[in-house]
Ligand binder design. Structure first.
Ligand code: SF4
Length: 434
């Protein structure tokens, strides 16, 4: 059996043209997807059964007991932290916010360690963005800044930019220009028309130089800016001014290098300068497939995109204080719920040391580094493979992912719904009011 037009639940491209081959409720192959998609659909490294730590060892338990014990840990914690949410559906993210409010805890998603700075910049100066469809059909100049789509978003270039046909472009495949700005020559840089190699930490200076040149202030620019020659900067400015529609995509090379959100703010203002001459847009290259959704859901429910603290009885947001890495490294939280993410693989050592000291509950389909810290593991269905659910693409378009095979495992939403009801009971709250 084949299921067509399946959405890939791996990266922020959310490619919606996959064909999944199925035999006896098992996925045997994926057509149209990249290697990352195949790995996601064919991965067998699963959390198999609910496990709970007893006497220092993980032993098998029932879903009911795993949920009951998780509720006990979270309800008794003074400063619970609920982290992750980028690898699950919007419905589960919504339940997570409700649980956190009930607990008076802190909820944070993975954007606090990826595109959080981009959101801070957007809060200050706005977001001149557009859909990926607009880019595909109209953009004749693409700039990838601090990102490497060939490796991290393998179909971004073939579906939306360099190798895609454009409805309003003649011969888009050959004539669309591409600039890559990065600190090293990546696979993406190898296929660019212009590769701008900047010194690490030089993003802000290079963006500022480009802004000055677009404003006609070339004379004030020295011969070299952060390792980039003035003549190359002039070439880039010329390409930008000659474009009918330019699209910048930026990654963690910009958001997580020195100056962080100031780089993004400066880049947005560069787009503003360029838009005095032609049409320009800017889009963050969101990584985890539904990380954009976690920002959307948290924002429409609390007013804030990540790092939300309910301990005051209202939503409070202060990135750097209420974000997961900061809380864990200050040893502030006394219980951690991790949903659909892997802080065990990505967080600093100081955070991991604290994770080893506090109860950790993991809700995830897969075995990962966080599993080794977990006192309770609750295996769930894979959203977009074993259950459907809502997710947001990197350009903010919500899509409904499909269920392609059956499973006996519950979904994240079902597990969280049960937790929510039990926490209500434990706290003696009225189910009609909450
Ligand atoms: S580019 Fe991303 S969304 Fe598209 S198939 Fe590959 S991993 Fe999946």
């Amino acid at each position: 059996m084949k299921k067509t037009n399946v959405i890939c639940p791996f990266c922020g491209c959310l490619c919606d043209d996959l064909t999944v081959n199925i035999e006896d409720n098992k996925i045997t192959g994926v057509d149209n997807g990249c290697a990352l998609a195949s790995s996601k659909f064919l991965n067998t490294e699963r959390l198999e059964k609910p496990l709970i730590k007893r006497g220092g060892k993980l032993v098998e338990t029932s879903y009911d007991e795993a949920i009951e014990s998780s509720v006990e840990i979270l309800s008794n914690a003074k400063r619970p932290l609920l982290f992750g949410w980028s690898g699950t559906q919007g419905e589960a993210q919504c339940k997570g916010v409700h649980i956190c409010e009930l607990l008076g805890g802190v909820i944070d998603n993975t954007s606090s360690v990826c595109h959080g700075p981009s959101i801070l910049a957007i809060q200050e100066v706005g977001h001149p963005g557009c859909t990926l469809g607009q880019v595909k059909n109209r953009a004749d100049l693409i700039i990838y800044w601090g990102c490497n789509p060939v490796d991290a978003h393998p179909r971004h270039m073939s579906r939306y930019t360099t190798y895609a046909d454009g409805f309003f472009l003649d011969n888009a495949f050959r004539e669309r220009k591409m600039i890559v700005v990065d600190v090293r020559k990546t696979e993406s840089a190898n296929v660019a028309d212009e590769f701008v190699r900047i010194k690490p930490g030089g993003d802000y200076a290079v963006i500022s130089a480009l802004r000055a040149m677009i404003r006609g202030k070339s004379k004030s620019i020295p011969d070299s800016v952060a390792g980039v020659s003035k003549s190359q900067l002039e070439r880039v400015v010329k390409m930008c001014k000659e474009a009918k529609f330019g699209a910048i995509f930026f990654g963690l090379g910009m958001t997580m290098s020195p100056n962080k959100y100031k780089n993004v703010r400066n880049a947005i203002e560069l787009v503003d300068e360029m838009s005095r001459h032609t049409k320009f847009t800017i889009t963050p290259m969101r990584g985890h497939w539904n990380v954009y959704g976690s920002n959307e859901v948290f924002t429409w429910m609390t007013g804030y995109p990540y790092g939300i603290d309910f301990s005051r009885g209202i939503a409070f947001y202060n990135p750097g204080e209420t974000t997961a890495v900061d809380m864990l490294s200050r040893k502030e939280c006394d219980a951690l719920l991790v949903v659909a993410s892997d802080p065990g693989a990505h967080f600093p050592k100081k955070c991991l040391e604290h994770m080893a000291d506090i109860p950790v509950i993991q809700i995830d389909p897969h075995l990962n580094c966080t599993s080794h810290f977990a006192d309770i593991q609750i295996p769930v269905a894979i959203t977009g493979v074993e259950t459907d659910g809502t997710a947001y693409r990197m350009d903010g378009i919500p899509l409904r992912t499909k269920k392609v095979i059956e499973t006996e495992r519950p979904t994240d939403t079902e597990v969280l719904e049960k937790m929510y009801k039990k926490i209500l009971e434990a706290k003696g709250k009225c189910t009609h009011c909450w």
